[in-house]
Design a protein around this ligand. Structure first.
Ligand code: FE2
Length: 195
């Protein structure tokens, strides 16, 4: 039922978008979290929305099947241990990346995307950048819905520009709240300006 609703929403969103080619709905396997996932119901819905958004972008950006699979794999793994009890100092991203590597995942780009998805990473390839964007812009988050929807729509045409806006927004938000900014987030920001 949930999958049906997700697919329906994705189709409706597609009606309001310009597209270059025929639309391909995400396959059921696109939304599979690993058997070892420790994630509650709401978390799983979030992961489905992240994967659905990445599938849409992959179609609109005409990326190949292999790259699309990398994006969706990262989506399904990134919050797999978000609700698990972890040792002090271990982030849920690092824990999920380590577990995925134990399971045989060898794609460095996918593993780094999962490991650093909460803070950003200067060495990311496309999968890390796309996951970061989808995690921030998926439509289920309550804050600034309209602004985020507008940015999500721009991603296929202006990926790097939207990424700079999203990272800058996150840094500003933390500064205003008097919260620390992770050094890797600063490095990530700087790497986006270098390119
Ligand atoms: Fe997430």
């Amino acid at each position: 039922m949930l999958r049906f609703v997700e697919n329906l929403l994705a189709t409706l969103r597609g009606l309001f978008r310009r597209r270059r080619g025929p639309r391909r709905l995400p396959a059921a396997r696109d939304f599979q979290m690993p058997s070892w996932a420790e994630a509650g119901k709401e978390r799983r819905k979030h992961v489905q929305r992240v994967a659905a958004l990445l599938a849409e972008w992959a179609d609109e950006m005409d990326v190949g099947e292999r790259e699309r699979d990398r994006w969706l794999k990262a989506a399904c793994l990134h919050d797999a241990l978000r609700d698990a009890r972890l040792a002090a100092g271990v982030t849920h991203g690092a824990a999920a990346a380590d577990r995925a590597a134990q399971d045989g995942e060898t794609d460095r780009g996918v593993l780094d995307a999962i490991r650093y998805h909460s803070v950003g990473h200067a060495g990311w390839d496309d999968v890390g950048k796309m996951l970061y964007l989808a995690d921030a812009l998926e439509p289920g988050r309550k804050r600034a819905r309209k602004r985020r929807a507008r940015l999500a729509e721009q991603v296929p045409r202006e990926r790097d520009g939207v990424l700079r806006k999203v990272v800058a927004h996150e840094i500003r938000r933390r500064l205003r709240a008097g919260r620390p900014v992770h050094p890797q987030t600063i490095e990530f920001w700087n790497s986006l300006l270098d390119g």
